[in-house]
Ligand binder design. Structure first.
Ligand code: ATP
Length: 564
């Protein structure tokens, strides 16, 4: 599994889907750039989502709101105070972890205190390798480290434990090669029971904070701390916060809040009536404690979000509708449908205001991972912004009834019998575009081994998602083929289908394989017969079958196959 995933990432790099960002400057962990094929794949997934959720419906409209978000918006939404994860620091691996993901570290003293062993267990072999390098270069350059698959053994010669057992202090280690090092630790430790190398848990806000300020905020902070007469950190922190507050802004951690604060603008300008939805596609940012699995968890990512506003009595029925509709979209584009599933949240997993929550999950090579959340958020979000601003988001239903758009009304609650004013309930569907791209790449990645042939890769992406839709190829380099090649390519391009002309000097079979590898669903070949009867061959990536068709039918046949 891990080998297959590495082969996929290798293909992504080799063929221009995904690059490590700033690679020539040493790279930045968790930051990726999408190459020419990656950008097409991402755009196609996003457009498919938009088409299904906006263009195919009468009651959903789009919006594109600012990424830079004022403090007040995210204070009202609860993100400033609540959008936190618990965090521990590991002094050995120099990494930060969620407590449940922290490495297991055992601290073993041999009899007497002249030598010892630190055992570090990692979740997988790859992580063990990274930690080994980290410890070797940063923490214990001379230490003897042995690695047994997922277990690192750091052998030390001397454990000078004079401050050992106190509330905080340091452990002096002398490594096998004679280097002397000091590892700070916090809290009381008992040998072999708990680890002196992990700090206490602390809450950590996931938002990226920055400042809209022509004066460098660091200068303001320095001035405040110099001017202040107290050494009480809490007091200084408060003063610094007060000074920075007016210029504090955040990179939004989700696109949803931009939708909620524009609720009245949309109602006013688009004359929308409940039930209706507002869709937004855009970047969100989270200072994640742990970045993992290539683009699965990154600090910068894209979301496809739909906020669907309903009356409270219809909300259970719409929640049910969106759960089914969103899963259907995932399955429609998948090869292995069994690799997608839904998972309902337990009550204790949900935010206090949520009335239901479901994740769509994909079975990635390392296990099931969330790709989308669908939640009934009640009227929490609109109410919070109403309370903070005085803007009124209530709507009036003169004669409450169940919407005719609902095919199944069994889940509709009691409908009030008189005119009713209420804050709408929101059903949210929040899909991660980058995770979708990774899931569909994993789903598409097929390694083919035919007898007597080199193993090769076929990327069985849904034709709507495939970056290149058609490759048009002359059979040979003869100039006779050129006008036909150009004619076919032009007609496909006019239909908005990304088409490349593949006239490299490679054998035609090799050219087909190169396109199989990037998922091109159709190869159109101009050959000698084309000159006679105006027909071309169309080759199907998945079956490798070829059919002769009239040159004038190429675009309609390709379009039909893509939209079938
Ligand atoms: P997780 O539990 O994996 O951290 P989450 O429950 O915090 O995810 P949501 O807040 O529900 O995620 O965000 C909606 C979607 O946005 C997720 O289903 C996921 O697809 C995507 N997403 C969230 N955080 C990230 C991230 N750091 N990198 C990439 N995609 C993300």
């Amino acid at each position: 599994m891990a080998q297959k995933f590495r082969a996929l990432l290798d293909l992504c790099k080799r063929r221009g889907f995904l690059f490590q960002s700033a690679e020539i400057h040493g790279g930045l962990r968790g930051a990726y750039d999408y190459g020419p094929l990656g950008v097409e794949l991402k755009k196609n997934i996003s457009q498919s989502w938009w088409r299904r959720n906006v263009y195919f419906r009468d009651n959903v409209v789009g919006i594109d709101t600012s990424i830079v978000t004022p403090h007040n918006v995210l204070k009202a939404s609860g993100h400033v105070d609540e959008f936190t994860d618990a965090l521990v620091d590991c002094l050995l691996t120099k990494e930060r972890f969620r407590p449940d993901k922290a490495p297991e570290i055992e601290f073993k003293q041999d009899k007497g205190v002249s030598s010892g062993k630190i055992v570090i267990r990692s979740p997988d072999k790859e992580t063990a390798k990274v930690w080994e390098k980290q410890i070797q270069t940063e923490l214990a350059p001379g230490a003897l480290i042995t690695r047994q698959a997922k277990e690192l053994l750091l052998h030390v010669k001397h454990l000078k434990s004079s401050s050992y057992g106190g509330p905080a202090g340091s452990i002096e280690l002398e490594t096998i090669s004679g280097e002397s090092l000091s590892v700070p630790y916090h809290g009381y430790v008992e040998p072999s029971t708990n680890s002196p190398f992990l700090t206490d848990e602390r809450p950590f806000n996931l938002m990226f904070k920055t400042f809209l300020d022509p004066i460098d905020p660091i200068d303001r902070v320095i001035k405040t701390t110099i001017d202040t007469k107290t050494s009480d950190l809490k007091v200084v922190r408060e003063q610094v916060d007060n000074i920075l507050r007016p210029s504090t802004v955040y990179l939004r951690p989700e696109t949803a809040q931009g939708v909620f604060i524009n609720f009245n603008q949309i109602m006013r300008t688009m004359k929308t009536k409940l039930p209706f939805g507002i869709a937004q596609v855009g970047k969100s940012f989270r200072n994640e404690i742990r970045l993992e699995h290539a683009i699965f968890r990154t600090p910068e990512f894209e979301q496809l979000e739909l906020e669907f506003f309903t009356s409270p009595w219809e909300s259970p029925a719409w929640f049910d509708y969106w759960r089914k509709d969103r899963l259907a979209w995932w399955l429609e584009h998948a090869n292995n449908k069994a690799d997608f599933r839904t998972r309902d949240h337990e009550q204790n997993e949900m935010a206090h205001y949520a009335k239901g929550c479901m994740d769509v999950e994909y079975q990635y090579p390392w296990g099931w991972g969330e790709v989308e959340g669908v939640a009934n958020r009640g009227c929490f979000d609109l109410t919070q912004h109403m309370n903070a601003t005085g803007e009124n988001f209530e709507v009036l239903e003169d004669s409450p009834k169940a919407s005719s758009l609902l095919k199944d009304t069994t889940l509709v609650n009691d409908i009030p019998s008189e005119p009713t004013r209420f804050v709408p309930t929101v059903i949210e569907s929040s899909c991660g575009l980058n995770r979708a791209l990774l899931a569909y790449l994993c789903d598409a990645f097929h390694q083919v081994q035919e007898p007597g042939k080199e193993p090769r890769t076929v990327l069985k992406l849904h034709p709507r998602f495939a970056p290149v839709k058609c490759a048009v190829m002359p059979l040979t380099g003869s100039t006779d083929f050129k006008p036909y090649v150009e004619k076919v390519a032009r007609s496909l391009r006019r239909q908005g289908l990304y088409t490349v002309i593949e006239s490299q000097k490679l054998r035609i079979g090799k050219r087909y394989y190169r396109h199989d590898e990037i998922g091109t669903p159709f190869c159109i070949t101009i050959d000698h017969q084309t000159l006679q009867d105006q027909t071309v061959t169309i080759r199907d990536r998945d079956t490798t079958e070829q059919h002769r068709i009239n040159i004038n039918d190429v675009t309609s046949i390709v379009n039909n196959k893509i939209w079938a």
